[in-house]
Design a protein around this ligand. Structure first.
Ligand SMILES: [Zn+2]
Ligand SMILES: [Zn+2]
Length: 265
């Protein structure tokens, strides 16, 4: 196997890209998010006696959707774009790069830095769900399922960074109740997540429960998506994350002798 010459970015420069004005946007996003989620919960609770099975099914479906959506967004953030892009580069892509260079940086982040960006992307989605009409005859159950499953999904998407952060706390700092949840695989287990942190960081992107990691890897989901995006845009996956040379060696469709070494970095 050919050793990969992985070139990541400077950890301090990446950390310094977190700007104060963005923090204000994050605070507004977090407050808006919780206000809307409470609105969805209140609206849904009116159906707890008439449609309990729909509510339970929607809550569970939301958990699966969150694992997929969180993984998909993580794959996009890890694979495409650059920290040099205007606005998106600093706000959304920089944290992905920083996390591969310095896994422990997120453990030092406070609640706002950990959850602000996720709230920002969740607010329009859960805001739209709040306005799904629940009074159209014959459509109450599907409309309720749509609203609650979206609400549950964004709630878990919002929790994803927190759960992800927990997986990096380390044995000594992880409380007993959390270790139990991780062992039961109800939240992302640390050893399972370390598969993603093995260079070249190209698999196991789901970081809520991690339930979908194995099936998505088995069907080659992300490599298929990368082939498609590259064919349409000409972009090279992971170029900004691991450097052009390594990215080219492992880009889907490259000769098999360029397969990556998965030794620790
Ligand atoms: Zn990653
Ligand atoms: Zn991680």
């Amino acid at each position: 196997m050919t050793e990969l010459d992985i070139k990541q970015q400077n950890a301090q420069a990446l950390a310094a890209g977190y700007h104060k004005p963005f923090r204000t946007v994050e605070v507004v996003s977090i407050v808006s998010f919780w206000a809307i989620i409470v609105g969805v919960a209140v609206k849904a609770s009116a159906f707890r006696h008439s449609h309990p099975a729909v509510l339970i099914a929607a809550l569970v479906a939301g958990l699966f959707m969150a694992d997929f959506v969180g993984g998909f967004v993580h794959w996009m953030g890890d694979t495409w774009g650059s920290t040099e892009m205007p606005i998106l580069g600093k706000a959304l892509i920089r944290p992905f790069r920083e996390h591969h260079v310095d896994e422990q940086a997120m453990v030092r982040h406070d609640y706002i830095e950990t959850n602000g960006a996720n709230c920002m992307i969740s607010v329009p989605v859960v805001g739209a769900a709040l306005f799904i009409p629940l009074n159209i005859d014959g459509w109450i159950a599907p409309a309720l399922f749509a609203m609650v499953s979206i609400g549950s999904m964004v709630l878990w998407v919002m929790m994803t960074n927190q759960i992800h952060k927990w997986s990096h706390l380390g044995e000594a700092r992880t409380p007993g109740w959390l270790k139990l949840l991780q062992r039961m695989h109800l939240v992302l287990p640390p050893d399972h997540h370390q598969i993603h942190h093995t260079a070249p960081f190209d698999t196991y992107y789901c970081i809520t429960t991690g339930w979908l990691n194995w099936p998505l890897a088995k069907i080659g989901f992300y490599r298929r998506m990368e082939r498609l995006v590259s064919a349409v845009t000409g972009l090279i996956p992971r170029r900004d994350d691991i450097g052009l040379e390594a990215a080219l060696k492992i880009a889907p469709g490259q000769p098999p002798q360029a397969a990556p070494s998965r030794g620790p970095q």
